[in-house]
Design a protein around this ligand. Structure first.
Ligand SMILES: *[C@@H]1O[C@H](CO)[C@@H](O)[C@H](O)[C@H]1NC(C)=O
Ligand SMILES: *[C@@H]1O[C@H](CO)[C@@H](O)[C@H](O)[C@H]1NC(C)=O
Ligand SMILES: *[C@@H]1O[C@H](CO)[C@@H](O)[C@H](O)[C@H]1NC(C)=O
Length: 653
């Protein structure tokens, strides 16, 4: 009898516990008072309290919420939350995450793209909460020290000046974590666009998921589709190339003024990027010595190649200014020169010579894949396609005519006489178009370097003018063979010559990329995902974002060529989406014709990756996570029931 009662009571206790959960409600609102109403919990309404880290995030813990899916709604300053009918908490979830007022969906996974597994990049730290695109982070900027930060950027320096502007504060509201930093250093770029991009450097010891430098790229400023930049890095990541992480974020000012939708990305030439992209897989106190990162502009893999060592520059800012000595500089030059020398020596028809070069000097798979993407996505201002005019003395140009490749370039030359002298003048200057590889970085990896070799990785960046946006060097109908012929960069000359083994390798990558990802099916599905998830945010950017209120359109410092460049319109955005889809389809068709294959009829499924969420203790003091419940509100049915049962048990036993 007793056992029966006991079992029954135990059963009740279990039921009592199972039928409720404690839930953290959290909403980002620029209103004053917020509360949450839960009809199924006796229609309880509970007030939320502002977070200590940022008043715009209001939180409350409510015990005893129903276990099954239930409805709830927020009331902001006495009014029902606008734009959202009713919110629902799915089964099993014990937090709403940091919801944004007026947005129906807080968490929504974006389907990615799949690729054959042996190509995976395995050295990355993985996707963290910072770049988890199932969530849209909110960034709040305290610009009270520089009120005209977004409305009149030219107040902070002349046209081409790179001025550092301090911001009073910046707060990152992620899915679960709030991070805030004060007095951060920022720099603005592309100020000629209405939507200005900016870069933030967090203070020493205040890293956010190992990141110290983050860029906020002005999505929609150059690319009407908003998506080119994201798709490019999706592609690179999917095919297993090292690439910066990225996520769309909403940027606001402290008082709730919406600034706009930005693409928050890693700064490729930063130590923190290298650590996460190349040493993320190293656990504990393993060797994480970070090598040098060289940013290359107007520089190809030929004698005299010069790239700027960014890592050292950054470090010297942190510590003593002279830490990058003449000797270091010479050492860097030696490394680059040795790479160029190895480049000259590789036998492109000898498999073991190629492998040796790839292993010891420049990782060829990732380099070829990067070149494929430059071609596929029309990345005109990077390594392969960028060219510029140089002025040469006629006499010198004639001397160089001996070189086949220079000659080819000469045929495309725009002959512009920049003086008034007649063209018959023998020593007149002429303008010659030459390749000017630019905007890429080379990472020198200590892991595979030794006393007699320096191993490098090629990494692309700056994807805002791609997929047909900007200059059309080799449009979607243009064959890769044409690009090779017309843009004889060093890589094209050495590795992409017809009949070589390396050309074959390049073509294999190109084929594989188009077959599995760069096609209307796989990339098309990814675009649909972006459209589904971000349509609302893009609309918000068009309707509410205040970057369009720039007051310095007539500022004397504003670049006159660009001063008329107004922000794009919503209909241009819609056209931009059509254009990018058409671009992808046309380009994919060109490649399938060239290499005679078909793309996958159904897209490969991505390998699901776990999102890295750091333990709050490991994070800096500036963090707040679902740590200690701050405002435990009501004691509920289930807890009361449990207490009664426990007392009852004690009585009968
Ligand atoms: C191919 O390259 C390897 C490594 O550089 C070298 O040892 C070998 O002699 C080369 N073979 C030929 C046929 O040149
Ligand atoms: C800038 O100049 C144009 C033409 O002179 C004028 O129409 C416009 O109102 C000016 N804008 C501002 C913000 O002063
Ligand atoms: C819910 O309401 C009912 C009826 O008013 C009451 O008996 C019960 O105690 C309430 N429960 C809670 C948890 O407040």
């Amino acid at each position: 009898m007793n056992t029966l009662i006991f079992s029954f009571v135990l059963f009740l206790a279990i039921i009592g516990n199972v039928q409720s959960r404690d839930v953290k409600f959290s909403i980002i609102t620029f209103g004053k008072k917020a509360s949450v109403n839960i009809p199924k919990l006796n229609d309880t309404t509970v007030e939320l309290k502002p977070s200590i880290l940022h008043k715009s995030v209001q939180t409350v813990y409510v015990n005893g919420c129903p276990d099954e899916e239930f409805e709830y709604s927020y009331i902001i300053d006495g009014e029902a939350e606008p734009g959202v009918n009713v919110r629902k908490l799915p089964v099993g979830q014990t937090t709403t995450y940091n919801e944004l007022i007026g947005r129906q969906e807080t968490i929504s996974k974006l389907k990615g793209m799949g690729y054959p597994e042996d190509q995976e990049w395995t050295r990355s730290y993985g996707k963290t909460e910072l770049f988890d695109d199932s969530y849209i982070p909110t960034i709040i900027i305290d610009n009270s020290n520089v009120p005209k930060y977004f409305t009149s950027p030219y107040d902070f320096g002349a046209k081409d000046e790179k001025t550092k502007i301090p911001l009073n504060g910046i707060t990152f509201i992620l899915k679960e974590t709030i991070f805030t930093d004060k007095n951060v250093e920022t720099a603005q770029k592309s100020r000629y666009n209405d939507k200005v991009q900016f870069k933030v450097k967090l203070n020493d010891g205040h890293k956010l998921y190992k990141r110290k430098s983050l860029k906020f790229r002005a999505s929609g400023a150059e690319d009407p589709s908003f998506l080119g930049e994201s798709l490019y890095s999706d592609l690179a990541q999917t095919i297993g190339n090292p690439v910066h992480d990225k996520v769309f974020v909403r940027v606001y000012l402290e008082d709730g003024t919406p600034i706009g939708l930005y693409n928050m990305i890693d700064v490729t030439a930063s130590k923190s990027f290298l650590k996460t992209e190349f040493y993320g897989d190293v656990k504990g106190k393993g060797n994480k010595e970070v090598g040098a990162i060289f940013e290359c502009h107007s520089s190809d893999f030929e004698k005299g190649m010069s790239c700027e060592n960014k890592k050292v520059v950054k470090d010297s800012e942190d510590k003593d200014k002279d830490s990058y000595s003449k000797k270091d500089e010479e050492n860097d030059k030696k490394k680059i020169a040795a790479l160029v020398e190895a480049f000259d020596k590789v036998d492109v028809n000898n498999e073991s010579s190629i492998n040796e070069f790839s292993k010891k000097w420049l990782d060829l798979d990732s380099f070829f894949k990067a070149l494929c993407l430059e071609y596929l996505c029309g990345h005109w201002d990077s390594y392969w396609e960028y060219s510029g005019e140089v002025s040469v003395k006629r006499k010198r140009a004639e001397e160089e005519d001996g070189d086949d490749d220079e000659k080819k370039e000469d045929t495309k030359t725009t002959q512009a006489n920049n003086n008034n002298k007649p063209t018959t003048e023998p020593k007149v200057e002429k303008r010659v178009t030459v390749n000017k590889p630019t905007n890429y970085v080379l990472y020198q990896d200590p892991r595979d370097s030794s006393d007699d070799n320096y191993k490098f990785f090629f990494i692309d960046q700056d994807f805002d003018q791609t997929f047909g946006v900007g200059k059309k060097v080799c449009g979607p109908e243009c064959s890769y063979k044409q690009l090779i012929a017309e843009h004889q960069t060093r890589a094209a000359k050495v590795f992409l010559r017809e009949g070589t083994l390396t050309r074959k390798k390049f073509e294999n990558h190109l084929k594989s990329i188009v077959q599995h990802v760069f096609n209307p099916v796989a990339l098309g599905r990814r675009i649909e995902e972006y459209e589904r998830r971000y349509a609302h945010e893009i609309l918000w950017d068009f309707n509410d974002a205040t970057f369009r209120d720039r007051q310095d359109r007539n500022h004397t410092n504003r670049n006159l060529d660009h001063s008329q460049r107004k922000a794009i319109s919503y209909s241009q955005h819609q056209q931009g989406l059509e254009d990018i889809k058409k671009y992808i389809e046309d380009r994919a068709k060109t490649v399938t014709k060239d290499l005679d294959f078909e793309w996958d009829a159904t897209p490969m499924e991505p390998v699901e990756r776990e999102i890295v969420i750091e333990e709050p203790e490991k994070q800096q003091l500036k963090f707040e996570k679902s740590a200690a419940p701050m405002n435990m509100m009501i004691t509920t049915k289930s807890t009361i029931l449990t207490v009664i049962i426990v007392i009852f048990l004690q009585l009968i036993i």
